[in-house]
Design a protein around this ligand. Sequence first.
Ligand SMILES: *[C@@H]1O[C@H](CO)[C@@H](O)[C@H](O)[C@H]1NC(C)=O
Ligand SMILES: *[C@@H]1O[C@H](CO)[C@@H](O)[C@H](O)[C@H]1NC(C)=O
Length: 242
Amino acid sequence: MKLTFLSSIVAAFLATSAAAIPLNKRAEMCGQWDTTSAGPYTVYNNLWGEGSATSGSQCTSVNSIDGNVLSWSTSWSWAGGQYNVKSYANAELKFDAVKLSSVSSIPFQWSWSYSGSNIVADVAFDLWTSTANTSDFEIEIMVWLAAIGGAGPIGDSVGTFSYGGYTWNLHKGNNGSNDVYSFVATEQIKSIKSDLLPFFKHLIDSGYISSSQYLRAVQAGTEPFLGSNAKLVTSSYSVSVN
Ligand SMILES: *[C@@H]1O[C@H](CO)[C@@H](O)[C@H](O)[C@H]1NC(C)=O
Ligand SMILES: *[C@@H]1O[C@H](CO)[C@@H](O)[C@H](O)[C@H]1NC(C)=O
């Protein structure tokens, strides 16, 4: 009797979880160029460099959106091509291009955690500017909250920037198609509430970029090189351009 009763509970449980799994699977993006909209953001799986891997895969999903506060996650394993980035799963803000000189603040908050084995990756903003409102993206500004497992940015070190209670190493380089400025935090920052505008101001004050450049894209995500069973969970993220 007891056994039969238990079995029916187990059967009911299995039926329930079997019904729930397909829903989760549908919300997950695993295709190279899959995207989804979530409030003021577009979330990308963006496996642009997967061709340099000998094996691997990556899937991204939105967990929740509440106003402009987003929770999302991306799971991946990548092997081979150790010096090549495989992807940039990210959340991009939808906003109209605006001249840097007209921006008063770019407040953000980001809380994240990474799990997995032998991870080489960054957790970073990718910000783009251009000379005209509608031309191709020209200058890439990255703000790295973490350089994990020896991941490093493009270019040479050209000094440090102290801001928001942290020290950021600034690297300047070119990847063949555009100039890249990368601010790399000297420690891993897993939870932060700050502003992105001072990073642009530092580049303007240093004579690297012009304040007449248009801000075109604000993206936040991770660039994996190598690792297995890796999962980046962004429990809370928001940004706005004012
Ligand atoms: C830039 O172009 C877009 C699209 O045409 C337009 O909506 C926006 O208002 C323009 N922004 C500026 C600052 O000119
Ligand atoms: C380098 O170039 C490509 C364009 O081919 C660009 O999309 C990419 O994000 C660049 N930057 C880095 C840091 O790899």
